[in-house]
Design a protein around this ligand. Structure first.
Ligand code: NAD
Length: 434
């Protein structure tokens, strides 16, 4: 089978490379020429563990190719995935401009029956909208089907998530489209991946409901962390005990600085908007968004208060810039919020991240970029762990302490043992732990 993936970002590239690995012939399309030129040489435009090997192998075996020509890709493919971005608009709703633009381009180039699949996260009703756009822009009379196949991969473990998903969701209107999608995903049948076959609207909503539930879980434990601080309880122990309850489960129950990234903040806001447009109020999702913002503010205030509000000229070291480990993605990263808030108070910022420095330089060109955690610590009045990269989990605390001017250590991912950090001579602040 030949397929096309339009939009070669985190989702599109992983999807394309993994389908090629399954033995499918894949053409990945992007309008970003520079990105495509790099990819043709096997250079991955972002950091994602394991992806480079798969891309290089499938390029070599000629199952994977890259182009800016959507016409050629559509012509030779039976299934066409739309995997372009759906960023938030100012009011929180999803911006569908890229999706609609691609739908028009696909329509103009359709020469035979095609299955057009939305992999991008799109509001309910978008599948039908795409159908209308394609009908209106067709230049030849050809049959087609629309499918919603939302993606659940996580940046940082995207390849593994795609190859071994918890489930595959397929929303379709025709038996033929379902059969083609099942055929495409056949390798996952062998590992007994559950398939949820449903209508398009339900599939579209599954993605938003899932992400909003995950966001709610994080915000829930973060609110509990604030209460823990007020009463002297330990949120880690509470989360552990809660997670042992099979009805709750342990995942997404780690108290910290809150969720970021390109999905949870955007998808929660979009779901609230989708519901509002239909006259439905999603109070819990709204509260999860508010609690997330509150957690960022509350923890940033912890730093400012530790300096009795006199933070001007203080040197603050930030460890971790990406919104989570194993990615270079800084979209909606809590680190950006902390940096901006401290810059507003005229602090001096020294930062380090194993992968996300280049992206951060575009946002904050004038802060100090360091080569590792120890150079961040040098002369710093405070050090703040924002992203729990493995290399920050076991720092030489004695060495950090000696290098620093001050002794404040903020651990906003609860990765250190409070007793040990304090024994090293630090004033230690974590999230929801005595
Ligand atoms: P991204 O910004 O990394 O990539 C989008 C790509 O689409 C870019 O390379 C851009 O140049 C390209 N593009 C835009 N318009 C185009 C056009 N007209 N023709 C060809 N290419 C075009 O985005 P992403 O993170 O991969 O997300 C894509 C979608 O998948 C979003 O809807 C997102 O919500 C969803 N999603 C993302 C993740 C994730 O972890 N990143 C997970 C699940 C779902």
């Amino acid at each position: 089978m030949h397929i096309a993936i339009i939009g070669t970002g985190y989702v599109g590239l992983v999807t394309g490379a993994c389908f090629a690995e399954f033995g499918v012939f894949v053409t990945c399309v992007d309008k970003d020429m520079e990105k495509i030129e790099k990819l043709k040489k096997g250079i991955i435009p972002f950091y994602e563990p394991g992806l480079e090997d798969i891309v290089k192998r499938n390029l070599k075996e000629k199952r994977l190719k890259f182009t800016t020509r959507i016409d050629e890709a559509v012509n030779e493919s039976l299934v066409i995935f739309i995997a372009v971005g759906t960023p938030p608009r100012g009011d929180g709703s999803a911006n569908l401009d890229y999706v609609e633009e691609v739908a028009k381009e696909i329509a103009k180039n359709m020469n035979s029956y095609k299955v057009i699949v939305t992999k991008s996260t799109v509001p309910v009703g978008t599948g039908l909208k795409i159908k209308e756009i394609i009908k209106k822009n067709l230049e030849k009379s050809v049959e087609f089907d629309i499918v919603s196949n939302p993606e659940f991969l996580r940046e940082g473990s995207a390849v593994e998530d795609f190859m071994r998903p918890n489930r595959v969701v397929i929303g379709a209107e025709s038996e033929q489209a379902v059969a083609i999608m099942k055929d495409l995903y056949r390798p996952l049948y062998l590992i007994e991946t559950p398939f949820v076959i449903t209508d398009i609207a339900t599939a579209e909503l599954i993605k938003y409901a899932t992400n909003s539930f995950l966001a709610t879980k994080i915000s829930f434990i973060n609110e509990i962390s604030a209460l823990c601080e007020a009463v002297g309880a330990n949120v880690n122990t509470i989360a552990k005990a809660m997670g042992l309850d099979g009805r709750i489960g342990p995942k997404f129950l780690h108290a910290g600085i809150g969720f970021g990234g390109s999905c949870l903040p955007k998808d929660t806001m979009a779901l609230v908007k989708i519901a509002e447009e239909k006259g439905v109020e999603l109070r819990i999702v709204k509260a999860a968004i508010e609690a997330n913002q509150n957690q960022r503010e509350r923890l940033t205030q912890k730093i400012i208060k530790a300096f009795n509000d006199k933070i001007e000229g203080k040197i603050i070291g930030i460890l971790g810039l990406s919104f989570k480990p194993n990615t270079d993605d800084i979209r909606e990263s809590p680190a950006l919020y902390i940096i901006q808030s401290l810059l507003n108070k005229k602090a001096t910022l020294k930062v380090y991240d194993p992968q996300a420095m280049e992206n951060t330089k575009r946002v904050f060109p004038n802060i100090i970029y360091c080569s590792d955690a120890y150079s961040v610590a040098k002369d710093a009045d405070a050090v703040v762990v924002v992203t729990e990269w493995n290399q920050f989990r076991n720092l030489d605390l004695e060495r950090i302490k000696k290098l620093m001017k001050g002794s404040l250590f903020f651990d906003f991912r609860n990765i250190y043992d409070p007793v040990k950090v304090r024994q090293s001579g630090f004033s230690y602040f974590s999230v929801g732990r005595p």
